[in-house]
Design a protein around this ligand. Structure first.
Ligand SMILES: Nc1nc2c(ncn2[C@@H]2O[C@H](COP(=O)(O)O[C@H]3[C@@H](O)[C@H](n4cnc5c(=O)[nH]c(N)nc54)O[C@@H]3COP(=O)(O)O)[C@@H](O)[C@H]2O)c(=O)[nH]1
Length: 696
């Protein structure tokens, strides 16, 4: 404080002593304002009217003793320093008065001590005032810390907990004595990955601050969501000395938020997603699918299907029973529908008796039809509600992405149109958006189940197409071709049922059956002295991919007793080249069993010369598509010549498929292809007819 601003009260009844004191202070350079109190009345008035920075008092004053005077002073100004300037006080009294609050004592005979005493007293008072202020601030902080609604904890720079408040204990359940010295890892929830904590520490180190939502675990194991703020406390040199963390428990808020979000996106009655969630999911999938459409379609060949379901005559349930019964029925229907699809498919209720299925990653539209069939079957069992047995059926309309629309609204509209089509065809059925798709899907499903029965029912037969030396017509072998005679559908072409069998996996069983029967019949011919050459059996890529072909061949040869040299396997060029590395080992194992191998449909599958050289094959079958327009088509002629030349260069036989005319035969022979097969020599024949052909 500037000494000129000091207000000093001098309690002195003697004029001479006052002036002496005044002169001494002025001479010492103290330009303070001095005010004098000569008796008790003036002292009382001075204390009541003004605040003093310092009081100098004589020992004696008329009308009031020194102790009462000190009492008065401290009652009015508890912090003011009082220095006694007197000549009449003994040492003992001085000590007593110092104990009573007197700041200092200066003898009138030695006024030289006065100014230093004033200086000391003022400094001590300033220090005391600062301490009082700090103490008050600490008390305030303690109250705030202890009574804050937010949990607070303070750690050292290593993260060891130094202090926690009451709210911390209330929120996390740990008492201070359990937690002091531990680190916050103690209450980690395990819900965040390493990168979450990495980011938190990065931010603290970079900015000294982190704020965010965090999942932790209470002492009792329950999860808690906190809104947490952490601040680093740094020393003047910038080194972190502490971390202060404050958090509030927002678990309830989160739950409420989640409940609201759930209500906004779910149907209250059934708990299924509602129209809003369906649209959100559908749009997200469509956006993604459209973005990656080409790439995705090429790589995965998958589609999305939207199935719109409407319960047949649901209004009748509400009218005949009650709305409560109708509600319960919808709940039970919803539960059955959910069980018809995979976990990652969506079943939503649009409202009323309308439900929607969003099926993802479908390889065929027929898979959507299978789900529709499953749904119709699931609803067939009548519902039992309140003592009533209620039969239910539903009609479903199916639209496919991207074929029937590229946005949610179009797909829904088209599924709706298909659903009305299904309704018009009778309750409990489904329809695709296009009639042609519906028919294809139905036929596919029908054929699939019929094919499963065909083997046991003896509906499959083997036909044999002769293979000849085109120069002299001598038989050199025959190709085995499966035939299916369905009692109602008639003859079903292998071009239709072989791909279906491959898709459903039935080809494994069918392929084994063909091998067994072909070998058995061939052995019978051999036993009866009929020389057919080699018997060529078509092998599907599935049989190789599933690694069953070696066992199937070994078993068929062992059971029939046919010499392996009489058996040839035909594998398509497309499959071999797609899976060349995998196929080589298996084909080698087959060759090692003593059988021969031919590449079927050669010329259609982009053969790699490197693989051709490595594969253990002995024959290339020129695909009939290159033979058909011989000899006129110059490109086909060039391809046939190239394949023949390639076969010769690699030391392989070449056999032309689909030879129908004399001109084709001549052309092929002329260019070095001696072996052929086709209607010119014979159509595929049933076993008995083939035997006759051999002996013709
Ligand atoms: N994995 C298996 N595939 C099989 C089996 N049986 C048949 N198939 C495959 O089905 C496809 C269609 O066969 P198919 O209808 O029998 O047709 C074959 C011949 O009948 C036909 N052919 C023969 N000569 C001529 C001709 O001069 N003209 C003409 N238009 N068609 C003719 O060609 C088919 C033989 O083709 P390929 O097998 O490529 O030599 C067919 O892909 C069969 O392979 C089976 O048991 N397993």
């Amino acid at each position: 404080m500037n000494p000129a601003d000091l207000n000093i009260l001098v309690i002195e009844d003697s004029d001479a002593d006052f002036h002496l004191l005044e002169r001494h202070l002025r001479r010492g350079g103290l330009q303070a304002r001095l005010h004098r109190a000569r008796d008790a009345a003036e002292l009382k008035a001075a204390l009541e009217t003004q605040a003093w920075d310092l009081i100098l008092t004589d020992y004696t004053l008329p009308g009031i003793d020194i102790r009462t005077r000190l009492q008065w002073i401290f009652e009015h100004l508890p912090e003011v320093p009082v220095i006694m300037v007197s000549g009449t006080v003994g040492e003992e009294t001085a000590v007593d008065l110092l104990k009573a609050g007197l700041e200092d004592f200066v003898n009138k005979d030695n006024l030289a001590w006065l100014l230093p005493a004033i200086d000391r007293a003022l400094k001590r008072v300033a220090l005391r005032r600062r301490q009082h202020r700090d103490e008050a601030r600490l008390r305030l902080w303690d109250t705030v810390f202890e009574h804050a609604a937010e949990g607070i904890f303070i750690t050292d720079s290593e993260g060891h907990i130094l202090q926690v408040n009451r709210a911390f204990t209330e929120i996390l359940g740990y008492a201070p004595e359990e937690i002091i010295g531990q680190t916050p890892r103690l209450w980690k929830s395990g819900r965040h990955d390493r990168s979450f904590y990495q980011n938190l520490w990065d931010s603290l180190k970079r900015t000294g601050h982190w704020q965010g939502e965090i999942w932790n675990r209470r002492k009792d194991g329950d999860l808690v969501v906190e809104c947490l703020t952490i601040s680093a406390v740094r020393d003047p040199g910038g080194a972190t000395t502490h971390y202060v963390a404050m958090f509030s428990d927002i678990s309830r808020l989160k739950r409420t938020e989640e409940e609201l979000a759930y209500l906004a996106y779910h149907d209250v009655l059934t708990g299924l997603p509602n129209r809003a969630l369906l649209n959100a999911r559908l749009n997200a999938r469509l956006d993604h699918a459209l973005e990656h459409a080409l790439e995705h379609a090429r790589r995965h060949r998958t589609q999305l299907a939207l199935l719109l379901l409407d319960l047949d005559r649901f209004k009748h349930v509400n009218d005949s029973f009650s709305h409560a019964t109708g509600d319960t029925l919808l709940q039970q229907v919803a539960a059955r529908l959910r069980n018809c699809v995979r976990q990652d498919d969506t079943v939503a209720r649009l409202g009323g008796d309308e439900f929607v299925f969003l099926l993802e990653n479908l390889h065929e539209p027929e898979n959507a039809a299978l789900v529709a069939d499953k749904v119709i079957a699931a609803l067939k069992r009548p519902f039992q509600i309140g003592g009533h047995t209620i039969p239910v059926s539903a009609s479903l309309g199916i639209s496919m992405f991207p074929r029937d629309g590229e946005d949610a609204a179009t797909l829904l509209r088209n599924a709706d149109a298909a659903m009305y089509q299904a309704k018009s065809e009778g309750a409990g059925s489904y329809a695709f958006y296009t009639r042609e798709m519906t028919e294809r899907a139905r036929e596919h499903i029908l054929l699939e189940s019929a094919l499963r029965r065909a083997l046991e029912a003896g509906e499959l037969q083997l036909h044999f197409q002769p293979q000849v030396d085109m120069d002299d017509g001598r038989p050199i072998g025959c190709e085995v071709l499966a035939r299916w005679h369905h009692p109602e559908l008639g003859t079903v072409s292998p071009a239709r049922f072989i791909p279906l069998a491959e898709e459903t996996g039935l080809i494994l069983e069918l392929g084994a059956w063909v091998l067994e029967n072909a070998c058995r019949l061939a052995k019978g011919w051999l036993d009866r002295g009929l020389d057919f050459g080699r018997i060529a059996v078509n092998v599907s890529g599935c049989q190789i991919r599933h690694r069953v072909i070696c066992d199937q061949v070994a078993q068929a040869l062992a059971r029939s007793g046919l010499p392996p040299s009489r058996l040839e396997l035909e594998v398509t060029e497309g499959f071999i080249m797609e899976k060349a590395e995998d196929a080589i080992g298996i084909l080698e194992a087959l060759r090692d069993q003593g059988i021969t191998l031919a590449i079927d449909d050669f010329g259609t599958g982009y053969s790699s010369l490197v693989y051709l050289k490595r594969l253990p094959i002995h024959c290339l079958k020129i695909d009939q598509s290159f033979v058909r327009d011989l000899p006129e088509d110059r490109e086909d002629a060039a391809i046939c010549q190239a394949v023949i030349a390639l076969g010769q260069a690699l030391g392989l036989e070449t056999l032309a498929e689909g030879v129908e005319t004399e001109a084709q035969r001549r052309f092929l022979l002329q260019h070095g292809c001696r072996l052929g097969q086709g209607y010119l020599f014979s159509r595929p024949l049933p076993a008995e007819a083939f035997e006759k052909w051999l002996t013709r």
